[in-house]
Design a protein around this ligand. Sequence first.
Ligand SMILES: [Zn+2]
Ligand SMILES: [Zn+2]
Length: 618
Amino acid sequence: MESDNKQPERKSLEDRNKMTDLERIRHSCAHVMATAIAKLWPDAQFAAGPPVETGFYYDVDLEHRITPEDFGTIEAEMKKVIKENQTFEKVIVSRDQALADAQKGRLAALAERDVPSKFKLDIVQHIPEGEPISYYKNGEFVDLCAGPHVMRTGNIGAYKLTHVASAYYKGDEKNPQLQRIYGTAFKNKTEMEAYFKMLEEAKRRDHRKIGTEMGLFALDPEYTGPGLPLWLPKGAAIAEELEKLAKETEFLAGYVRVKTPHLAKEKMYLTSGHLPLLYADSMFPPMELKEAADSEVVERYYLKAMNCPHHHRIFAAEPRSYRDLPLRLAEYGTCYRYEQSGELIGLMRVRSLNMNDAHIYCTPEQFAQEFNGVNEMYLKYFKIFGIDKYVMRFSTHDPSKLGQKFVDEPELWKQTEDMVREVLKKSGINYLEVPNEAAFYGPKIDVQVWSVIGREFTLATNQVDFAVPRKFGLTYRDKDNTEKTPLCIHRAPLGTHERFIGFLIEHYAGNFPLWLAPEQVRVVTINDEEPLVDYAKSIVNELRANMVRAEGDYSSDKINGKILRAEEAKVHTMLVVGARDMETGNVSLRVHGKGNLGAKPKAEVNADILASIRERRP
Ligand SMILES: [Zn+2]
Ligand SMILES: [Zn+2]
């Protein structure tokens, strides 16, 4: 059984009230599932049952190992509960009442039992003083819960149990191991069917599967190490195209490029605040340098987990005046993060990351314009990649947590959040404000996009930082001749090569547009006769002279087999040539996914190929 110890943070009452309708349906469905399980196995001990991104789960301690074979039985019981259309009735109780009921085994149960509801008892004991304690009852089932729910069980339109994992109580391996039963629920059957169809399609488009079939990347845990992908020539071609796009776009937007080493001394990260504690778990352990094998460690070096500190040192390398700002430092920087090995997934969660990074240093007056420029860049990229659905999640701070969760700069928080909000509003960009989720150093924006099949990806994070530049002592001389600290915007619209290409593989199902296709053109001869092969080679050479990734297939194999081979390799454009084409200076054009487009003059086809690449046509 897979283990799953991610534990969502305990939600405040305020956060709970923000649950979406769908989350309410799903969480309510967790109660219905628990009701069904309690009927089938009355000794079940339930722990937590929150909604999650794809549905809900409920953790349960039960001697019987629940397997997918039990799902039908549980779902049949759930059906009865939904059919009865029970009301979810909220009851406020005193702490003593809750403790007494938990002792009697009455919580998350259909009746009193011989043993206490042990996890619920523990949960009651941990509810902060003064916070109201409530039950939700549906039929005979009573659960300790702060809500919210839908009105009645009948509001759950469609549901399905999906899988079981194991999880320790409260995510702590010293606690008992529980069975985590996952399910999902929707407003209606149509939406649920669409969801499962999307999952099927996502499986077909799985970036690990297509990436291997197309020879884009390899994972080599034994020699290179887990989570450290190797880019094969065809994958590197895609990465290079993305990098070229970023370089051109950033150049036009006034960025300058820098290059920095992959490691730095401990002092760098002590200064940035990533060490000793904040980020230490996410960094590879240090390299310890000694003067002799048996002497003391004189220096510690760390692989960089982020590029910002290096860029800050570039800012500090020369005296800066207000005339130098905004200064936009860009680099496709490689970072290393020590993700838990159990959490590594293909290109989506890795330990080495090529990041489309840049840091914009600016004055408060320049901030709005700079931030707007970043947003415009996103929109430009979305258009190029045909990303129609996106949302910018704007995370802000909670003033009551200044000095703990958020750096204690009330004025700067207010000022930058107001500016960000203003820009987002004015630009008409699709955004969502999420309180209490900002980074320690400033407000942030997570950019979520949906692939063409409707699956959600978090691609990139923008962050406003008004604390770290100060820690590094970064200043510029302002008009009034005083030294001031610049604001810093972190941005990475194309995220990392790893995640972005993983996303693109699914988005395009490996059928990349011409400008991105690893093999853009293949010239295929009808036979292997010398004059024809020479003609084909001259076409390949002409294309290659224009930096087109063109190859030739001049073998004596049957033409249908050659075409099939190119189609399977997802070559974007095929130019098929025979004796007649050679005589007339034509080529027969085939485009992957579009089939045979007929004979056309070679010069016209070549010009169109070059234009399509140059314009990055979709
Ligand atoms: Zn509940
Ligand atoms: Zn940064």
